[in-house]
Design a protein around this ligand. Sequence first.
Ligand code: ZN
Length: 68
Amino acid sequence: MNTRKPLRPSPAPPEITYTNCRRCGTEIAGLDGRYACGVCGWANHYSEGYRTLPTAQDDPDWTGPHCR
Ligand SMILES: [Zn+2]
């Protein structure tokens, strides 16, 4: 019998998106509109992503509001 706790239903996987780096122009891939350029180090702000970031409670290891 499987005694592991049941997994939460996982959210939809992030979507791979592409853009040109705003600093050096290299085409880069990102997830859900969030990018980090491996050439020059530019990254856009997380709020530019078009999905909200998962919260701590979405982490399968989350055990409660007081855990660290
Ligand atoms: Zn760049």
